[in-house]
Design a protein around this ligand. Structure first.
Ligand code: PEP
Ligand code: MN
Length: 353
């Protein structure tokens, strides 16, 4: 539950709430989130709601339906715009592109690809330094050296960088190397310590959806981050578990994009690369995601995909990335979402007449 306090509430008012919650076996923590003073209650019986509502200094008590509240449009009706090194992501801003290799593999590889993706018009470059791999024998990433190379690429080409945090113990390294966006991978979507720690870090976060998780669980995961005071969160749809024998690596849940945008003020990014698992399907999936309202794309790009140490088959060549961006532009999909939605509707109307 969340207890919203009135603007002129006193410490005694807060103490009264805390005592009441603690005597019922719960825990209450004071927070100031987006200008609102509130108490976050955990393990508190619902039956206390009415009593708490009547206490002095209390404005209202919220029982988050579905387990989340701060991520919803009831808490914040207007879109959240995440700002990364001058790029604005979300709201009426045109969709942005994050592109780059699955993993940082060497200095030469990263700088070569960084130049190409930045020339193509990407706002951010991706590159994993700590790779979550299904097999312990697979390449695990260049670790700290990988972060240092990302920082070098950022300096050299003026492009912001995004990389995955696999373990809370390495967060300080991400901050030291000034990684612009911290990615929480699909496998860690419900690693609650990671969620809390990126919430406290106050850096923009890219939160991937777990392949077996519902939209509600995904929003609950984002709620953990917002509760720590960090609302610079982007949700990333990357495909959910596909039926056995499916042609794609995961099943791209395109409906999740408008559904999340309807319920939540947070920007939604689409990752067609991991969903497809095969570069042939990536451009069409990327275009459909933007047409469905995605605020950005995360696309894997490699200039020697046959030799990639991770996710080569789903990586576009830099030339295919350029082609994809040209196609998106031609369709008006890189204009503001409002404009491109209007033009898609006009096209549909035109086609049906
Ligand atoms: C990645 O972005 O390279 C990655 C491992 O993605 P996911 O967590 O979606 O599998
Ligand atoms: Mn990958």
């Amino acid at each position: 539950m969340l207890v919203m306090m009135k603007s002129g509430y006193t410490d005694r008012d807060a103490k009264r709430v805390i005592d009441k919650v603690e005597s019922a076996g719960g825990l209450a923590q004071r927070r100031k989130l987006q200008g609102q003073n509130l108490l976050v209650l955990t393990g508190c019986p619902r039956s206390l709601e009415r009593e708490l509502n009547r206490l002095p200094g209390v404005d209202s008590v919220r029982v988050p339906t579905g387990g989340h509240w701060l991520v919803t449009r009831q808490w914040r009706p207007q879109d959240t715009v995440v700002e990364v090194a001058g790029a604005k992501i979300g709201g009426a801003n045109p969709p942005i592109i994050m592109a780059g290799p699955c993993a940082v593999e060497s200095r030469d590889q990263l700088l070569r690809i960084a130049e190409k993706v930045s020339d193509a018009g990407a706002s951010l470059m991706r590159g994993g330094a700590f790779k979550p791999r299904s097999s312990p024998y697979s390449f695990q990433g260049m670790q700290e050296e990988g972060l240092a190379l990302l920082a070098e690429a950022r300096e050299r080409f003026g492009i912001a960088v995004v990389s995955e945090l696999r373990d809370v113990n390495t967060l300080d390294l991400f901050l030291d190397y000034e990684i612009d966006v911290i990615q929480v991978g699909a496998r860690n979507m419900q690693n609650f310590e990671i969620l809390r720690c990126v919430g406290r870090a106050g850096r923009p976060v890219l939160l991937k959806r777990g392949p077996a998780n519902t939209i509600e669980e995904w929003l609950n995961a984002a709620e953990y981050i917002l509760l720590e005071g960090n609302s610079q969160v982007m949700l990333c749809e990357r495909g959910i578990v596909a039926p056995r024998g499916a042609e794609t690596r995961y099943l791209f849940d395109i409906a999740a994009i408008p559904i999340v945008r309807e319920h939540s003020h947070l920007p939604v990014i689409a990752d067609p690369s991991h969903a497809a698992g095969d570069r042939r399907w990536v451009p069409a999936m990327a275009q459909s995601a933007v047409a469905a309202g995605a605020n950005g794309l995360l696309v894997e790009v490699h200039d020697a995909a046959e030799e990639a140490l991770c996710d080569g088959p789903q990586s576009l060549s830099p030339e295919s990335l350029e082609q994809l961006l040209a196609d998106l532009k031609r369709r008006g999909y890189l204009d503001s979402p409002v404009e491109h939605h209007v033009s898609s509707i006009l096209q549909l109307v035109g086609n049906n007449c």
